[in-house]
Design a protein around this ligand. Sequence first.
Ligand SMILES: [Zn+2]
Length: 284
Amino acid sequence: MANDRTTVVNIISLSYSGSTWVNLMLGSHPESFSVGEMKSISKIGWASCTIHGDECPVWSKFDHEHIDTKNPFDQLREITGKRVFIVNNSRDFLPFMKPDHIDAKFVHLIRDGRAVAASFLRKYPDKSMWGTAKLIAHDLRRNLRLIGRQPKADTMTLIYEQAMADKQGALKQLCGFTGLDYRPEMEAFWDVEQHFLGGNRGTLTSMIQKGKEQKDELPTWIREKRGDENLPQWNTEFYKDKDPGNFVDERWKDELTDSQLRVFALLAGRLNRRFGYPKALDRS
Ligand SMILES: [Zn+2]
């Protein structure tokens, strides 16, 4: 009776590590659903779909006020009819994965810390590499502790660059881990109706522009972005003409100076090498 059970896959990562992309692929199976960042519910006080806003046919049915008595994953199962839910960095919602009928799985998604640092500094140009590398090391250790507390069989590590280079291999691995049968069409997540909470606006922009479904109905945040440059800088320009399923972002190699990389090496270099990345000054 495996199908009576609900599975919640937690993608645990630093920001700018491709978690939106991985989530959308894994959530594009007929039996799975991409939830996104549940912390956005606590942050804004209700569940707002990044793609459809308050008109969302899924999230408008979600009762965020009574999650203590109505388990959010039971609610989602009832609304969507799916059995596997993919959430990103939603620590606050771990208690809701405790009931016996729910299996919690953890994917530790790792990206080269130098690329993460460059993305962070692009968004916050006033910050220093010192503070950025420190933050990266701190958050990475925190994630490792969370993963370390889970039963080993319920955890896996996914290296972003390897997943990008071999999407099919990564998806097969993720499906096997999650208990889903692999479907090649999952790679084309833009052809599936998505209802994402939070998420990387760049990935979501290129998804919407490529998708069949949502193309004519651009969400407000994209329409607004076009008219007002003072709105939050989501850095969506870079993604505008990118294929959401196939682009590599190696801007860090040009953007970071040797002295910045030396600072990175000092504060986060060893931790980064632990996942197979070369020494910080090696840009190969
Ligand atoms: Zn929606």
